[in-house]
Write a protein that binds this ligand. Structure first.
Ligand code: GRG
Length: 325
């Protein structure tokens, strides 16, 4: 996928491929048994190998890595703290990206469990509980959730400011817990089957999907101590991309196939879920997406996050809207 503008040809596919490869390598290391502390390895030969296998099965099973890409693009777009100027922004945020993708993977494992969405297919493969059983899938999710914070807090570069690290860790808890993803999932369950307003759907999605996406973009800049004005723009752009991503997800549930999506389509309608499509119809949801794209483009242009020869944020905005899976 090439994006052309007046000053440069930006190869977005290569941009993503290079960064995705670095993330996969980092995740592979953090999720290996050798990442357990030396002390615990020396004292204890009994390791929960099946747990690691189940965590790796889901966290290293592909996926678009959109959240990690947003974190990296945010980190690359901002002005960073003086002590970080000579360091590679991608390297600096890799533990953060891994933590985000671990939390995302755990949310998919738990979401697919029989007591929630009861799904058999995820990323084109059998879901975690279909392979490892329900008890191990539950524990693999728990392991990923806690290990995400462990990775973030123990693997960040020594020059990262500890205050910035703490505030990123705190916001990650908020984006994941009752004020974010878990709260959104609960509202989603409670409102399923009811006729709801746009405000309710917005609120559910802002928590369930939006909070982690918004966090991902903001955190790339926050960890590198970007100026407040840039952090505010990243947060707003994160909200726009989060909402656009969800509207696209709702549309794909209606228009996509299991083959192209790697998961079961048509589930929203079957369970009578409140979605953008159920409220506005396919055409209305598409019109909303156009509005979001316009607002996002204007924001990138107006804020100092606009780099004409390196428009990764612009490309990620378009990608989250035009994706086919
Ligand atoms: C205990 C933190 C915690 C969560 C449990 C299950 C649950 C509560 C929340 C579910 C959150 C969830 C699964 C939201 C759906 C988000 C979504 C649209 C996922 C698909 O994301 P993509 O398309 O997936 O980025 P890939 O496979 O590309 O990574």
């Amino acid at each position: 996928m090439q994006q052309t503008n007046k000053e440069a040809i930006f190869d977005f596919t290569s941009y993503l491929d290079v960064r995705r490869a670095r993330l996969e390598k980092a995740l592979d290391f953090y999720l290996s048994e050798r990442s357990e502390s030396r002390e615990s390895l020396e004292k204890n030969n009994w390791k929960p190998s099946t747990l690691y296998e189940a965590m790796r099965y889901s966290a290293l099973s592909g996926g678009k890595r959109l959240r990690a890409a947003l974190t990296i693009a945010g980190a690359e777009a901002v002005e960073r703290a003086p002590q970080l100027k000579d360091l590679d922004p991608v390297e600096l945020v890799l533990p953060l990206c891994a933590a985000i993708e671990m939390i995302h993977a755990m949310s998919l494992i738990h979401d697919d469990l029989p007591c929630l969405d009861n799904d058999d297919l995820r990323r084109g493969k059998p879901t975690n509980h279909k392979v490892f059983g329900e008890a191990m899938a539950l524990l693999a999710g728990d392991g990923l959730l806690v290990m995400a914070q462990e990775v973030l807090l123990s693997y960040c570069h020594e020059k990262i400011d500890k205050g910035a690290l703490l505030s990123v860790s705190l916001e990650l808890c908020r984006a994941t817990g009752p004020s974010g993803m878990v709260g959104g999932q609960v509202l989603d369950m409670e409102f399923t089957g009811q006729s709801v307003s746009e405000e309710v759907v917005r609120n559910i999605h802002a928590r369930k999907t939006g909070a982690l996406i918004k966090f991902s973009l903001w955190a790339g800049g926050a960890l590198l101590q970007a100026p407040e004005r840039q952090l505010q723009s990243l947060a707003r752009l994160g909200e726009i991309i989060g909402l656009a991503f969800q509207i696209t997800d709702d549309l794909l549930d209606v228009t996509g196939s299991a083959e192209s999506l790697g998961k079961t389509p048509g589930k929203d309608q079957a369970s009578n879920k409140a979605t953008w499509v159920s409220i506005f119809g396919v055409e209305g949801a598409k019109a909303k997406l156009k509005e979001m794209e316009k607002e996002g483009k204007e924001l990138i242009k107006e804020s100092s996050l606009d780099n004409p020869s390196y428009p990764a944020l612009q490309s990620l905005l378009s990608y989250s809207i035009n994706r086919e899976k």
